[in-house]
Structure formats: structure tokens, C-alpha cells
Ligand binder design. Sequence first.
Ligand SMILES: C[S@@+](CC[C@H](N)C(=O)[O-])C[C@H]1O[C@@H](n2cnc3c(N)ncnc32)[C@H](O)[C@@H]1O
Length: 317
Amino acid sequence: MEDLLIANLKQRVFIKNLIIPNTNLINESKLLSTLKSISLTNPYYVKQFLEILFQNYNNSELNLQDEFYEFFIKILNSKPIDSNKLDLITYSITQDISIDLNETPRIISGQGTTGLRTWEASFYLCEYLYNRYNNSQIDNKLRYGLELGAGTGLVSIFLWKLLQNDKSFDKKLYITDGDSNLLENLSQNLKLNNISIENEQIKLQRLWWGIDEIPTSDGNKADNIELIYAADVTYDISVIPDLIKCIIQALKLEIPEILIAATIRNEQTINFFENCLIEQQINWSIVSERKQGTKSYSTIWYSPETPDIRVYRIVKY
Ligand SMILES: C[S@@+](CC[C@H](N)C(=O)[O-])C[C@H]1O[C@@H](n2cnc3c(N)ncnc32)[C@H](O)[C@@H]1O
């Protein structure tokens, strides 16, 4: 329970949605050090949380360490961070794998892109990949992947960390987005997670669907790519035709599998995506689905308002 609170704070779960354990169950030192580290990028969030914590303690028989009050005074005048300013968010996808990302979590679309924050479909795609990895560690496809529309890079960074478990296997990931401005932030996010971009096995590049080519070895075959994956790239009807072009290109290059995690915000948009696949005679199925409001088994937090999320699997035959 307490670890969940720490994970939720690091993910900047809305204060109203935090579940604060009974005061006697809180490890105060651990909590204080977490709050101090969060306050480096977002003191206002910490201030709001402390106000609630103080109320909880006031209603209990226990006393909170004085350090909390001393610390509170230091951040008392903090103001909400400018929504364009980067915050450092940590996503705990599993007990062992957490990912730090620089992002602007309150911005839906800014500077002409939706890729400056991390979207829930990418949490679910991480969970799907994790289950798949655990069910079959010899699933080679996961080791040769290309992400489309990576945004802040959560899925690829997660997959890379997951694959670190078996260092003996070769692997290569292409992390791509159509917006070259996002690549600088993506590169920072890789560094934050101690992933070197000098590494031959990681390639960061611009790939605008239908315009930029999927990397090939000889023009006819994809360069060591066994899987294409993407999260929340079907968010608007206007982006789908280019995405379909890219999928067709991938299938021509004999990439055996494509996974698209889609948040079902609007039936019309998802129906448009499915109809485009049908028109192009593309072989697809839904391999996993999270219903709105389902309790997460991991420590990652989904807002109760998060709509259903589906994972579409596309294969050549
Ligand atoms: C809603 S965001 C999802 C980001 C990330 N996958 C996630 O789930 O957090 C959509 C991403 O797709 C990228 N994108 C949109 N249209 C694109 C296109 N035509 N070609 C390549 N990338 C595109 C955007 O730059 C953005 O990063």
C-alpha cells in the first residue's frame, strides 16, 4: 500500500485520486525523501499532497516527524508549474522496472504535437509486452522491434529494460516518431534511464508514416525488424490514412507482426481505422483489451476516466 502511494506520487496521480494508507502504516523517512525529490521539479504538487497528509495526521493519534513541517514551510510559496514546463515523471510498470521520463503531463497537445506526454495506451502496451515476454522468453520478435509515434518513449524504454534480463541475446530497437522536435526529448529520456544512444542496438530516428521509409537492408527486406509496435497512434481520423500507408509498407517488407494499442475515445475513429484495414485486406485481430475502470495488477495508475484500450495485432497472413 505504501509502495503504491510512492509509485502514484512519482507518477503524479491527481491528488484527489491518491489512496493514502493509515498513518501508522507510513514509512515517514521513505515518504519524505520521495517528496523532496519530487519537489525538485514540481514543489506545488508536493505542497498539495502535504496539506492532505497533515489533515490525515491531525485526525489520527500519531505525530508526523517535524521534518515534514520544516520542509512544507520551504515550499509553501510554490505555484503550479507552467504546463509547458517539463516535469520528471516515474512510471512503475512492474515491481522491478520503472522508467523516468521528462514530459509535460498536463498538456494534451502542444507545440503542434501530442507526443510531449505519455498516454495510457502505452502503459497497456507495456503490460501486454511484459505478459508476452513472460509467457515466451524465446519470442524473438520482441528483440527486433521498431516503435512508431514513440512520443516520450515509454514503451521502447520499457521493452529495452525488459530485454536486459537476458543479456546473452542479440537485440535491436528502432525508436521513431514523425516529429523531429520530439527526438531530442526522446534522447534525453533514454539517457535518464541509462540507455546510451551511442549504442549500435538502439536507433533513434524520424519516421513520418507514409513518407519516411522503414529501414531496409537491401530495399526489399526490413533491416532486422520482426515487430512494429505503437501506442495511441489512432487518436484522430486525420492521422489514420498515413498510418495505414506505413502498415502496408511494413507488410510489403515482410515484417511479420504489427501491434497497435488504441484508446477507444471515439467509436467513429476506431471504426474508421478498422474499416481501412478491412478495405486494404489486412489481416487483423484484437489480442488484448482493457475495459474502462478495470483494476490494474501493476503499480501503474490508470485514471478511472481512461476509456477502453485495445491491442490490435496485424499479421501478413
Ligand atoms: C498520442 S501521441 C502517442 C505517443 C506515445 N506513443 C504514447 O502513447 O505516449 C501520438 C504520437 O504519434 C506521432 N505522430 C502523429 N502523426 C504522425 C505521423 N504521420 N507520422 C509519424 N508520427 C506521427 C506524434 O508525434 C506523437 O508522438
